[in-house]
Every structure is written in structure tokens, then in C-alpha cells.
Design a protein around this ligand. Sequence first.
Ligand SMILES: Cc1ncc(COP(=O)(O)O)c(C=O)c1O
Length: 340
Amino acid sequence: MNKFAHINLDNLTHNLNIFKSVSKAEVFAVVKANAYGHGDKEVSKHLDKQGVLVLCVSSIEEALNIVEDVTADILIFGYTDIESIEKYHHPQFIYTAGSLNWINQLESLSTQVRLHIEVNTGMNRFGFKKKVDLQSALDTKHHIEGIYTHFTSSESDERVTQKQVENFKSIVHDLDYNFKYVHAGNTHGAFKNDPLFNAVRIGIGLYGWSVKDIGLKPVMSLYTQVVHVDVLHEGESVGYNQTYTTDKETYFATIPVGYADGFDVRNHGLDVYIENQSYPIIGKVCMDQSMIEVDGHIKVGDVVELIGPNRTVGTISKHLNVIPYIIYTSVSARVKRLYK
Ligand SMILES: Cc1ncc(COP(=O)(O)O)c(C=O)c1O
């Protein structure tokens, strides 16, 4: 095993507690997409032990993956087809109702299921738009336990978020229904402490990233080990398509990670670290291996930091020009997760 993601569960608890105190609401933990790459089973088990009441996933397949490990309810954000509910329904599952048409189809089910209604206040991805449809949806025989909306720009545009809040509040007010949960905030929307909202759905913040400095701690760090060291002579090139050629005698080391592990080709230009010393990537990142320029004392087995204190997810995402969510969720199944 020569590539491993350390998952620090104490830091996950630390982050959870920060969101509990910031939002003053029930914290639903978002564990979709393999808990943002951190491992859905272990992360869900840990959050369940911490007393999280609702875990959120994107599909019934993701819900099935964790249901045997937790006592928490599992809110499914995405569309669930009726056949899957008939086949796989579990009492801990809560489905998102995204349209009147879907709710009407659900009436044919013999079992009564639990629902949260999603209201589309600007995301235009999923959810009810018309008040008249929402009003009709409330007549369902199923148990409507919650209502929610999703912010489009909570990390970047206060004005847009506030408009969504107002729109959502007016809809909830007009429905005049006793919902157990009314929720809107994600990581960056959790700061909207409107008295109407009694829950927040936190994803990336739990894993340690926020645009705000609120004392979060990173949960994942990613390391590999040098598997090969050799010397290049003047005029020799490295990797596919000769994109790097040395003009002097140079040591290089190979690390067993590439783009199929989630180590994107655009990492080129952002040094990796061995014992806090930076080393540049040379040549193109391959599917399974990458090469770095080193000095004479680097040897096989040396540990290389790919995500960690010297190479944070924030720095990497800026360099790659992608959102941090992509960095976390790209770490592939080939990378062993180690929990502590
Ligand atoms: C409906 C919904 N709620 C909450 C979240 C969590 O968002 P964040 O990771 O920004 O906290 C997501 C993530 O995409 C989502 O789709």
C-alpha cells in the first residue's frame, strides 16, 4: 500500500461542533459522493455516534450503502424512481419530493413513506416552483416531515442568497403547514440564522473547507511514497511527449499516483513535499505514476505529501482552477482510506 488518505475523525467532530454552534440549528450531515471522498460508511458511522440525526445522500443507492451502519435517518436529495422505492424502501429513508407529478405517482405505493419537499427558489435544478403545486402536494397520504430549498451562491453572493431566503420564507408562510424541519443553509448558508429554519445541511464544511475562517480543521490528508529513484543525464526527457528535458544531471523520483487516483494532470506547476521540502513535478502526470525532480538524498519509501499542511485543498483548487469539492471527490477508490 503506497498511497493513502488519512481521515481524521476528531477533526470531523471538531467541525461538526463548530456548525452546531454557528447555526444554532440541527446539523444534517451531507455524506453523499462517498462522504465527499472521505468514505461514506466510516464517516456516517462516526457522525451517527456523534448524535447526528439526519445524514444526506444523493440517491437511494448511496442510502443503501450506509443504512446498515447507522441509526440516523437518511435524507435522499435526488430524484428516486417509484420502482426503486418499492424494491428498496427502508424506514430510515426520507425522500425528496421534487414535483407534483412525482408525488401523484407515489400515491400508488402501499406503504406510507416520509418526505421532505424541495422548493426551487432559483437553483432551477430540482423542486417545486409553483405555489399551487405545493399546496396540492400537502394532500398526499405520505408523511411530509420537512421542506427545504438550496442556495445557488451562499459562498459568494449575499444579495442572491437573501432573495432566496425571502422567497422561501414567504412560500413556507403561505403553506401554513406544521413542518418538523424547515431548512435552507449549506456550509456557507449556515450563517443565516433565520428563526424559521431549524436545520442546516452541511457538506464541505464538515470536511474542513470554508471561504470563511471559522476555525475548521482539515479532515483529509493524502500521502504517497517514492517507489523509484534514478538519474537523468543532460538532454534526456521525462514522461509522455517529452514535455520536460533536463539540461543537467538531475535526480528524479517516481510516485505511484496519477490522474486515475485523482491526482489531476493540472497539478503540474504545484510542488509536492517530502519532509516539508518542496519538489517540482516534471513531465506530464500519467494515469498511475508521476515523476518529480529530487536531490541525491531522496530514497525509495520516502513519504510524499499531496494534500496536507504544505499543500492544502484551498491551494490545490486555486492552482487547478476548480472548486475544492472536485479535489475531495476526485480521490479515487484506489487510494486506501485510513481512519484515526
Ligand atoms: C441539496 C444540498 N444541500 C446541501 C449540500 C451541501 O453543500 P455544502 O457542501 O456546500 O455544504 C448540497 C451539496 O451539494 C446539496 O446538494
